[in-house]
Design a protein around this ligand. Structure first.
Ligand code: SF4
Ligand code: SF4
Length: 115
């Protein structure tokens, strides 16, 4: 499987961590873009995606089945932590690896192209 497509059959990070970000990223702020109705207050200056601030997190915007086929319903307007979260390659992002392991998914190792 190509690493580029691995997230489409994963989604584990969207159901493993609290996704919090500065309130100004949400549409309640003048320059905001993350739909406010999918967020909740977490701290005086922070919001989080609904569903992620709980014991068994799952972002409200995550669609599909983890480990099968998933998509983000607000992909173009997802908050900064989602944009900054990188897919792991040979262990480069332990948070990705840890999330995948939680759902029984293996660490990602790029397939070498054969000339
Ligand atoms: S846990 Fe890693 S592979 Fe899975 S969706 Fe998140 S970034 Fe992609
Ligand atoms: S906003 Fe989208 S990318 Fe971010 S945690 Fe939710 S489903 Fe995942």
């Amino acid at each position: 499987m190509s690493l580029a497509n691995a997230c489409l059959t994963c989604g584990a990070c969207c159901a493993s961590y609290r996704v919090s970000f500065y309130w100004g990223e949400a549409t309640g702020a003048p320059e905001g873009y993350v739909p406010s109705e999918l967020t909740e207050s977490f701290h005086p200056h922070l919001l989080c995606m609904q569903g992620t601030n709980q014991k068994n997190p799952r972002c409200v915007a995550l669609e599909g089945e983890i480990g099968q086929q998933v998509s983000c319903s607000i992909y173009a307007n997802r908050p900064s932590p989602c944009r900054e979260f990188s897919i792991s390659e040979n262990g480069s992002n332990p948070y990705c690896d840890k999330a995948r392991a939680k759902y029984g998914l293996s660490q990602l190792i790029p397939v070498q192209e054969v000339a």
